[in-house]
Design a protein around this ligand. Sequence first.
Ligand SMILES: *Cc1c(COP(=O)(O)O)cnc(C)c1O
Length: 370
Amino acid sequence: MKIRNTPEDYINLNPLQAGGRTVAETRLAVNSYADGYAGYDQYSGPFFQIPKKETEQLIDKLKIFLGADGIFFTHGVREAKYLLMQSILENNDSIIVDGNAHFSTVLAAEKLGVKVFQTKNSGFPDYKINPKNYETLIESLKKKNQKPRLLVLTQVDGTYGNLVDAAKVALIAKKHDIPLLLNSAYLSGRTKVDIGEIGADFIVISGHKSFGVPGHIGALGVSEKWIDKIKSPDKDAKPWDLPARYLAITGLLASMDTIEKRVGNWDEEVKKANWFVEKMESLGDIKLLGEKPKQHDLILFDTPILERISANKRKKGYYLAEKLKEFGIIGLRPGQTKELRISTYGLTRSQLDYVYQTFAKLIKEENHGI
Ligand SMILES: *Cc1c(COP(=O)(O)O)cnc(C)c1O
């Protein structure tokens, strides 16, 4: 099998990958556990008797990091949302989710026969979610004698990278006595999100999206009063036996030291994102979509100029991603030129300046008819 060297050889702008990049310490630790069921080191008896030392350590760390009282591991955010919904919702219940929600939120609810009502976003060009719209929807459902059983807020959505003030939604949730779930796939791990401080009941996090973890792991964090309500879809399994297994747990535990430190850089990460937006917009005919100034590193640009340039090339839309790769820049979806969705997370200012200079060069060459 070929050894992959993408992170060493390229500047990767793919927003799905940015917060999941692993550091050397995490790789080294995980590598040392990546042999023959390493959990057995701790016991010679059957599987269920293996002391779950790492699991317990990780649970303790996550409780503090998330401000949660109970932690349940899954393969990712999708599974964590489903775990929560199938535990507390029933067929024909209603829930309210934001207008920028990830498709997997709606899918999880629909699979359970739960009705989903979505708040609107503000539309072009900033597509913001206004917390007040939750209240409007709750009131209008009330008039139809329906009470939503859960509010779901995507703290940062994966399309525009807009951040919503979760504390404002939490106040509305409290006022109407409806529990609130934060989908923090894109936020917790980049910065600290504490559900106790915010006043939310649940949070779902993604190890591979925002915690620099190799492999797939997610978790559901819940506040005290919900701990006993969370039940596994498999009746015989205990919640702590949910899918995430040893190596994924070890990976998240290994990365927690880095995470606890790196959240201190969040202000600089956001400043850097805004700095990069300004540079790219100065090229003309490139415009930020989503809120401005940005409060997150995921950036969506409207890029008609790149679409025009690519249209004249033999490879059409595929020209751009291929050309950038020649310059050592990857992470654009091949064929996509009308819009660019990228992340500046974890890249240095000089790397980002190089990205900007490369776009400037491509555009300038074109204007000279080369
Ligand atoms: C990526 C993403 C997910 C899915 O996360 P997984 O941990 O891979 O299941 C869910 N919601 C949002 C908002 C996302 O950006």
